[in-house]
Design a protein around this ligand. Structure first.
Ligand code: DX5
Ligand code: ZN
Length: 214
């Protein structure tokens, strides 16, 4: 499985229509939408209204929403309303409170939307184990969440492999997505470690801006 999800965190909104058309013509299947609240991560990005306007362009992307926010439950319905296909929130949300995390997973699934859990570089995959039978995707952060353009953290490869082996052993139908610092230099190793989806922002957008092959 080799899927690409383009993060539009660092997009220049004056060029959005051209970029979306290019991504679509290059058959990039997923659009990765980084939502930051300035609290869970230092940075602040955009809300459901921006997703709604992008969805209104009618490109058939899978809208892959990544919530880096302290209270994801507060925002989930707005993003579902706006057109999210997948909603991923952090296992570190609510200070790892299992009851709140399980209830949000249940809520998202009841709405018929795919649900993912994301894990920061320093969090061990053991924190995910209880949720794996109930989710569709794990988003492994290969940079500290908050900004695009960072360098891939090499130790993520071992984490991806460990998670892939566990998921295969349990036969869970879960996609592994890897997010942060992904380029053509490391994409082969990331896929070989077990990633199904590669999220790329700066690398992909810079190539589109240069008009070069992706
Ligand atoms: C970081 C975001 C990532 C980031 C990816 O917190 O979750 O999606 O925008 O951008 P690059 O590919 O530039 O690291
Ligand atoms: Zn992201």
């Amino acid at each position: 499985m080799n899927l690409i999800s383009c993060s539009i965190l660092n997009i220049n909104f004056l060029e959005i229509k051209r970029i979306l058309a290019k991504l679509y013509s290059h058959k990039i299947p997923l659009l990765h939408f980084d939502v930051m609240d300035g609290n869970f991560v230092d940075n602040l990005s955009f809300g459901a209204g921006v997703l709604k306007s992008i969805v209104s362009y009618k490109y058939k992307f899978v809208y892959d929403v990544h919530l880096m926010v302290s209270d994801p439950a507060k925002l989930v319905d707005d993003f579902i309303q706006a057109g999210a296909s997948i909603i991923t929130f952090h296992v570190e949300s609510y200070d790892f409170d299992k009851i709140k995390i399980f209830s949000l997973i249940k809520h998202i699934k009841e709405k018929g939307i795919k649900v993912g859990l994301s894990i920061k570089p320093k969090t061990d995959i053991s924190c995910l184990v209880d949720y794996l039978p109930y989710i569709d995707l794990v988003l492994i952060m290969s940079v500290e969440p908050g900004y695009g353009g960072q360098k891939f953290i090499e130790s993520s490869l071992l984490k991806i492999k460990k998670l892939k082996d566990y998921i295969k052993e349990k036969n869970y139908p879960i996609y592994i997505s890897v997010d942060g610092g992904v380029t053509s230099e490391n994409s082969k190793a990331i896929r070989e470690a077990g990633a199904d989806i590669l999220v790329s922002g700066s690398y992909l957008l810079n190539n589109i801006r240069k008009g070069s092959k992706m």
